[in-house]
Design a protein around this ligand. Sequence first.
Ligand code: ADP
Ligand code: MG
Length: 396
Amino acid sequence: MNAYYDKKTIRDIEARGKKVLVRVDFNVPFDEEGKVADVTRIKMVRPTVEYLLNQGAKVILISHLGRPKGKVSEKFSLLPVAAAAEPVLGRPVFFCPSLDLKEVKERIEELPEGGVLLLENIRFHAGEESNDPAFARELASLGDIYVNDAFATAHRAHASTEGVARFLPGVSGFLMEKEVKSLGDALTNPARPFVAVIGGAKVSDKIYVIDNLLQKVDKLLIGGGMANTFLAALGHNMEDSLIERDCLEWAGEFLRGPAKDKLVLPVDLVAAESFSPLSYTVIAAPGGLPAGWRALDIGPQTAAAWDEIIKEAATVFWNGPLGVFEMENFAQGTLRIVQAMANSRGFTLIGGGDSVAAVTKSGMEEQIDHISTGGGASLEFLGGKILPGIAALLDR
Ligand code: ADP
Ligand code: MG
């Protein structure tokens, strides 16, 4: 196996009596009253934290929250997250309000057995995002071992995601391990047929993902806003649909060349008079939209055909809504694809911020085999990029 996918994990280290720095993703959403609105991200790292504590380690959690841009800002403090983490982790979570090295060291020394320490937002320090080696070295001096369990930030080379692992032995936590295994298997050793479904607004964002996945899959289904650019490249008049003119040439060459036998495009679309939840709609074939209308979802015939393909697949990866799912009248296509994945016999994977939001909204999360916690990170991974936060960990 490619060493990049085969990293040491916390099972490969001796943690007893060690101070373990664990990079987590506690970048949780807040409600209007400033309360933590969803603790899913905290729940996801519980197995890692519990395992390390059971091994007799001192656990020091490091996370970012929002984009404070290297400055202390109360609005982005992790203090409320420490409180929210206590019931989830089922133990006291102590909070270190300062990133001052001396103070953090004292707090770590004082940490009682079974206690967990969460440091203040690591992005309050300018050295985090610039991956300042001096800051990374400082961070490393706080512990004996580094564990990365924050797949969602693994595509960033920051001090706490990459730099620190230059100075400490780094291994993956259970969440990171599961992400790398699920996505890595799909890329290197997928059960076949392997089908990818790609949607979303813009093709320009995802050309590298489409290019890389095409080499791996047996079928590539393209819907959502980006399908319009491919349909236009085939010569269809797409009226006022979202089309990226500067991608037309690439799309045309892609369709005629490498994608010829693998790419599947919508055969019908939900056409709307306006971009509105109250708009009139009709089902139209590509090229058959009423003048001045736009395609905002895949049509029922397309959904039915894709349902068949997905049901028969042994591996299915989906990223990108197939329509403007935020509006009820354009959500059907996306819902039907989620449903098809839920019913598929194959191993099903979903990645992408909006895609995950769509599955959560559908209530079918339980029936999907792997829902990636990394929006941008999962796309970069499947696009064939090396994620610095993974690369920095020890090879097995
Ligand atoms: P993800 O976050 O899962 O990677 P993207 O950010 O690429 O997904 O795309 C999601 C967005 O694409 C949604 O906001 C959705 O409204 C939009 N979208 C999907 N289909 C269309 C379409 N036909 N026209 C315009 N926008 C679309
Ligand atoms: Mg998105």
